[in-house]
Ligand binder design. Structure first.
Ligand SMILES: Nc1ncnc2c1ncn2[C@@H]1O[C@H](COP(=O)(O)OP(=O)(O)O)[C@@H](O)[C@H]1O
Ligand SMILES: [Mg+2]
Length: 249
């Protein structure tokens, strides 16, 4: 399969396509690790609400925010954290939250949200799909989803186009918060690229799984390439913790 050329031209038509029939509202989240649904009064859910409060406290004027979510290596729990945090954010009255799957190597948000694969982010970046066709409601009020779409052969090339910035800026105008799930940052450059475009980056670290030196290396890489690392989300076992900063020493 050859990859269609990325369209670098900003598209003023992004918003003009009529909304598609809703297709996610009736879906159900069954993944046990989405504790905001499976155990909404439990400790992990409360920790995600606390993380949400820390992030929103950084932004008291309520301006739109884009937040990239990454980790040093795969399997640290960033997609699970992204979904839980998005659900916690959607609990805030009057806020419209969007989850975007920008992991064009190994997408999983549709899986965790209990939804079928659909047109998504990669299709929008190629110019083959309008934003409205790629946006879906979910079973969580106030939370919309944009899946990864059909995967490109060269994700970095597609994400590196000017259109990525245009699309993210357009989404930022339409939602209170846009949470962007990305691949692991050390082996794939995509997360650093998205991090540089986002207002902030959240670094997910699985306790007892990732060497501290790798976390520090990831932090340095994200910051060097223009990212603004807001803090870490420590996952593992039955708990989630967060910090306002990452030790760089
Ligand atoms: N808080 C959690 N509780 C239980 N299992 C989790 C948790 N976070 C992640 N996992 C599990 O760890 C694996 C990787 O999680 P995932 O979020 O997909 O990682 P990543 O996106 O970083 O590659 C999955 O099997 C997921 O079910
Ligand atoms: Mg993932």
């Amino acid at each position: 399969m050859s990859e269609p050329a990325a369209n670098p031209t900003p598209s003023p038509e992004l918003n003009l396509t009529p909304a598609q029939p809703e297709s996610g509202r009736d879906s159900t989240i069954v993944a046990e690790e989405i504790r905001m649904i499976s155990d909404p009064r439990g400790q992990v859910a409360e920790q995600f609400r606390s993380l949400r409060n820390s992030i929103t406290a950084l932004n008291p004027d309520g301006a739109p925010r884009t937040l990239a979510i990454t980790s040093a290596i795969a399997g640290e729990g960033k997609s699970v954290a992204a979904v839980n945090l998005a659900i916690a954010m959607a609990e805030l009255p009057g806020k419209e939250i969007l989850l975007v799957d920008a992991n064009l190597h190994n997408p999983s948000l549709e899986h965790y949200m209990g939804q079928a694969q659909h047109q998504g982010f990669a299709d929008v970046l190629r110019g083959g799909c309008s934003l409205d066709a790629a946006l879906r409601p979910t079973c969580v009020d106030g939370l919309a989803l944009m899946g990864a779409g059909s995967l490109p052969e060269n994700p970095s090339k597609l994400l590196g186009s000017d259109r990525t910035r245009v699309v993210l800026n357009t989404l930022k105008q339409r939602f209170s918060y846009v949470l962007i799930d990305t691949p692991d940052a050390l082996s794939i450059s995509d997360a650093s690229m998205i991090g540089a475009l986002a207002d902030g980056t959240l670094l997910v670290v699985r306790m007892g799984f990732t060497a501290r030196s790798l976390v520090e290396q990831t932090y340095n890489q994200l910051e060097t390439l223009g990212g603004n690392v807001l803090g870490t989300c420590l996952t593992g076992g039955d708990q989630v913790q967060h910090t306002g900063g990452v030790s760089n020493s």
